[in-house]
Design a binder for this molecule. Structure first.
Ligand code: PEP
Length: 252
């Protein structure tokens, strides 16, 4: 069996419960389980239960929330806690997506708290890091990615980072149709891997790539052994297109 791969769909603010049920009905026959491949759907909170039910027969599929509060409960109007997300059917949490950081002002400290709380609850965190175009052009890609990793990982002992998954998502590639080249992605993936090793985190933490992935560029991205899977927004919204991506052959 080749290295395990993770295919994570980020539905953002799309697909309510009915649309999720319809999606599953069309998607499942097109994407039978494949050894070593795990699929995640990060869905809107109102869709978590319907999606968990619709994919219940598929142990290779997990449902996740796109954002959570770090407190278990309390007076936080409009927020969702990890226990609430879990009760609804989520087993994974997306943390520090660039839209949370850049549109909603989420700080690295908050990202760190969310990661700590997700791990404490025993759910799988998918931590996103990535630089803006201005940061890349200013030669600051490495320092930004390392700073984001530090913000999230510094407060946590390496041996408590067990189910961690990381996604490198350059902000300039998200929803723009402009993806990083496999070489660009691999360079940052190696940096992330080195940082994890320096921290003493286990060597097989999956590092995914995200940013304008489609069924064409998925082939060349997955051909690189440093890339352990894909995090996909726009191209995960149609069942036929997403099924094609999760079936991408890995040529190693
Ligand atoms: C994302 O939202 O994480 C993402 C990568 O979006 P897109 O695939 O649309 O660029």
């Amino acid at each position: 069996m080749s290295r395990p791969l993770i295919f994570a769909a980020n539905w953002k603010m799309h697909h309510g419960p009915a649309a999720a049920r319809d999606f599953a009905e069309r998607f499942l026959p097109l994407a039978p389980p494949v050894d070593g491949r795990t699929l995640w759907f990060f869905v809107p909170d109102v869709t978590i239960t319907a999606a968990a039910e619709a994919f219940a027969g598929r142990p290779d599929v997990g449902i996740g929330a796109q954002n959570v509060h770090w407190e278990g409960k309390g007076a936080y109007t409009g927020e969702i806690s990890i226990p609430l997300a879990e009760e609804a059917g989520a087993s994974a949490i997306l943390i520090g997506h660039s839209e949370r950081r850049h549109l909603f002002g989420e700080t690295e400290e908050q990202t760190g708290r969310k990661l700590t709380a997700t791990l404490a609850a025993g759910l799988t965190p998918l931590l996103c890091v990535g630089e803006t175009m201005a940061e890349r052009e200013g030669g600051r890609t490495e320092s930004i990615v390392l700073r984001q990793l530090a913000g999230a990982l510094d407060p946590i002992d390496a041996d408590r980072l067990e189910p961690l998954v990381i996604a490198y998502e350059p902000v300039w590639a998200i929803g723009t149709g402009r993806n990083a080249t496999p070489d660009d992605a691999v360079q940052v993936h190696r940096l992330i891997r080195m940082d994890l090793l320096r921290r003493g985190v286990r060597a097989d933490v999956p590092v995914l790539y995200g940013g304008s992935v489609n069924s064409r560029n998925a082939v060349e991205l997955l051909a690189r052994r440093e890339i352990d899977g894909l995090l996909v927004g726009g191209a995960s919204l149609e069942p036929e297109g997403w099924a094609e991506i999760v079936r991408t052959p890995r040529s190693e």
